[in-house]
Every structure is written in structure tokens, then in C-alpha cells.
Write a protein that binds this ligand. Structure first.
Ligand code: FES
Ligand SMILES: [Fe+2]
Length: 431
């Protein structure tokens, strides 16, 4: 992809920034070019910390979940010593996938091809037909399962990095760690991923979904039907909600991470009541709010309860702390096709009524058959299809809010610009 372009940053960059005009442009071939995806696999997915799963998904010794991450097949396996570990899901003999189920529990996994058997520490502990190998052939872990170069967790969010020279996870997360804390602190007894996963795909480039996941600007138009529905069902929104002042705004959190924070009319199981939930729901929300205040102080409880946030963790992890709490990650398959995984995160021990509303909200808005996701899929696929109009119409505009002297508003595009600046830096390293 030898297409460096002039930019306001000086030197050659793929993006084009004109500070005088307050204009920020991204070339559309970044969404369509196979060479770009090849470089992204090397420079971004090969070097950044990538989310694998949440430790609560493997609560017991021997529990495992298999995941596709950054173009690799991995699995997360809790050891008999209680430690969660990540392995490449490939036998060290001839390569077959050792972990064939999406999730399960096993003290040992036996490769289906020739029967090599591995324990939860990855050790190759047994195989039929030991004759034909020297006695010490398997010594010193020579044929054990292999782990990614780095595996670390932050507040139970488990990440891997394929680059042995990568910075540690907390350094990488930079300002995003504060937002993961706001999520992880919601449960008195900690947080857990609830059973079930939404898996879907779309005919769009992965970067379009990253942008879309914290795009406040499109909600009023693309999701008009959801707001009509809220008006009709919830009736009166939260009593103190002012639709003309949702406050907050967007900001860059460093290393390409970003967030938008705002107030919104929908109910939040942590902890904003709406009339739809009735008097029992009101009492439970009051209890949740009081618990948050007692444990974390009034100010932090208010921030957690009354503010929504869409957190973007570069390159492909989104945490939507909105009417539910979802962990969304996605993997490019081709430049024009991506696979998505979304799960619901909830406080452990949550009241069943609130848990039911949480899951209802998640399905209703964010589910692949909900109000928002089909709208978004359609919008992103419309973008992707129209990129066929290159080279005559070659640039995307991501300028909204550049003319504001200070903080960006929630419907500005600073969060996408912070992604693209980091993307450009990493891709530039390849030149
Ligand atoms: S490929 Fe796994 S035992 Fe042969
Ligand atoms: Fe949307």
C-alpha cells in the first residue's frame, strides 16, 4: 500500500489534516485495500494489546473458552492452580486445533488427530506411541502448548500481545484504565459476563464499526425509531433528564483510546430508574444507588450511575456502558467483512428484576435483531458499498468538533480522530 499522502502533520501520512480549515480526512482505500489489511495485521493486530475475554467466563479450574483474536485461534483456560492462561489453539505436533468446543471444562485436552494430551499448564503430558522419540524429546516443555508473547489482565479483562517488546498492559491502556475502573467498580461483589454471546457479521471494514461504536452524531437520524419507541413506551423519561443538555462530551484517552460520556433518557440497571420499571424497580434502583454511594462516595456513585459512556480501546474493543453494559470485540476477515462478538457484563449477585431489565435492554437496543444494530449494520454496509466510487470520491470527513477550542461534545468526532491518528502512526511505522 504505497500511497503516502501529503498532510498537515508534516511528512507523509495517510490521513490529511488541515488545521486552518478544521478539516480531517481519511482515504477511503483504507477500508477496501487488501494490502492495508495485511499491514494492519502486522503493525496493529501484531503489536497492540488485544482483548481475549473476561476472567469470569472461566470461573472454575479447567474452564475454557475458545476465541478468534487478531487473526489467531486462541483459547483461555483456567489452570488447576486457579490461574487463567491463554494458548494458541494449535497442537505442537501437526497443528490440529486442540480445543474444539467453544467452551467447556477439562483437566486435560487431547488432540483429536494423534492423541497428544495437554494439561491446564499447557504441558504435553501423554501421547500414544512414545517409541520412535528419544527419551528426552519432550523434556523441558519442548512440545508444550504455546502462549502469546504477553498475557495480562486488568480488572479481570484479559488481553494478549503477540509482540514480546510491547509495553505492559496498564501503560498501554493509558487513560482508558480509569474508564475500565468505572465499569469494574459497578458490582459490590465484582462483575461477571452473563451466559450467552451474540455473534454476527457484516459486510463492512472493521474500522467502520470502531467509529460507529462511539458515534453520537448518527443516533438521532439512524436510530430515530428507537427514540420514538422510548417516547411511546417509557412515556416520561427519567424525571430530571433534560434532552437539550446531555452534558459530557468526547475525549481522547491516549494510544488511540477514546470515550464519549453523556446523560441519556433510558433506564440504566446501574442505577437510573425509568417509569417502565414500576415501583419495585424504583426501590431496587434506590438501593443500588445507595450501595454505590456508601462504597465509592457520592461523587463517584453519581458518575457511575448517571452517566453513560462508550469506551473505545484501540484497536477493537468497545465497552458500551449505556442501557446495558456490553463488551464488544470484532475481527476483520477481509477488508470488506468483519465478525463481531458481544456479551453482557453485569454485577455479580444483581437483583433478578434488574438483571432481566439489563438483558432486555441489551437485546432490545444492541442485539443483532434489536433497534440499533440492524440500523448500524445497514449504515456501515452502505458506506462500504459506496467506497466503490473511488477514486473519483476518495475521502471520508471526520472533522466535526475540530473548531471547538476546548472539550468536544458527545456528537463530535474527536474519538474517531484519536483512532485515526494512532492508526496512521502505526501504519506509518511500516513505511
Ligand atoms: S496434530 Fe495433534 S497429535 Fe498430531
Ligand atoms: Fe448506532
Amino acid at each position: 500500500m504505497n500511497k503516502p499522502l501529503e498532510s498537515g502533520l508534516g511528512g507523509t501520512h495517510f490521513i490529511r489534516i488541515d488545521p486552518q480549515r478544521c478539516e480531517f480526512l481519511v482515504p477511503r482505500w483504507a477500508f477496501t485495500d487488501q494490502a492495508v489489511l495485511d499491514k494492519e495485521r502486522e503493525e496493529i493486530f501484531g503489536r497492540c494489546w488485544l482483548y481475549v475475554g473476561h476472567a469470569s467466563e472461566i470461573p472454575k479450574a479447567g474452564d475454557f473458552v475458545a476465541r478468534k483474536v487478531g487473526g489467531r485461534q486462541l483459547f483461555l483456560w483456567r489452570g488447576e492452580d486457579g490461574v487463567p492462561r491463554v494458548y494458541f489453539n494449535t497442537c505442537t505436533h501437526r497443528g490440529a486445533m486442540v480445543c474444539r468446543e467453544k467452551q467447556g471444562n477439562a483437566k486435560r485436552l487431547t488432540c483429536p488427530y494423534h492423541g497428544w494430551t495437554f494439561d491446564t499448564r499447557g504441558g504435553m503430558v501423554e501421547q500414544p506411541g512414545a517409541s520412535g522419540f528419544p527419551d528426552d524429546f519432550f523434556a523441558n516443555g519442548a512440545k508444550d502448548l504455546i502462549s502469546p508473547a504477553k498475557v495480562e489482565a486488568y480488572r479481570d479483562f484479559v488481553f494478549v500481545n503477540f509482540d514480546p517488546n510491547a509495553v505492559d498492559l496498564t501503560t498501554y491502556l493509558a487513560g482508558a484504565a480509569e474508564y475500565l475502573d468505572l465499569v469494574a467498580d459497578q458490582g459490590e461483589l465484582g462483575m461477571e459476563v452473563t451466559p450467552g454471546e451474540q455473534v454476527y457479521s457484516m459486510r463492512a471494514n472493521w474500522k467502520l464499526l470502531y467509529e460507529n461504536s462511539a458515534d453520537g452524531y448518527h443516533a438521532i437520524t439512524a436510530h430515530a425509531s428507537y427514540f420514538d419507541y422510548l417516547r411511546a413506551t417509557v412515556g416520561v423519561f427519567r424525571e430530571d433528564f433534560d434532552p437539550h443538555d446531555v452534558g459530557g462530551g468526547g475525549k481522547s484517552l491516549g494510544n488511540g483510546h477514546a470515550v464519549i460520556e453523556y446523560q441519556a433518557p433510558w433506564g440504566r440497571p446501574v442505577a437510573q430508574w425509568v417509569p417502565q420499571w414500576g415501583e419495585s424497580g424504583r426501590a431496587e434502583i434506590a438501593r443500588v444507588k445507595a450501595e454505590l454511594s456508601a462504597r465509592l462516595g457520592e461523587q463517584r456513585a453519581d458518575r457511575i450511575a448517571n452517566w453513560n459512556r462508550n469506551i473505545l480501546i484501540f484497536p477493537n474493543l468497545i465497552i458500551n456502558d449505556i442501557m446495558g453494559l456490553t463488551i464488544r470485540s470484532f475481527q476483520p476477515v477481509t477488508p470488506g467483512y468483519l465478525e463481531v462478538s458481544a456479551v453482557s457484563l453485569a454485577p455479580r449477585g444483581e437483583h433478578p428484576e434488574m438483571r432481566a431489565w439489563r438483558q432486555y435492554n441489551f437485546n432490545e437496543f444492541l442485539g443483532p435483531a434489536g433497534f440499533a444494530t440492524p440500523d448500524d449494520v445497514e449504515m456501515l454496509e452502505l458506506c462500504q458499498q459506496a467506497y466503490q466510487n473511488m477514486p473519483e470520491v476518495g475521502w471520508n470527513d471526520i472533522s466535526k468538533g475540530m473548531n471547538r477550542p476546548d472539550a468536544n461534545q458527545g456528537d463530535d468526532e474527536v474519538q474517531m480522530r484519536s483512532f485515526w491518528i494512532r492508526w496512521d502512526e502505526l501504519m506509518g511505522a511500516a513505511r
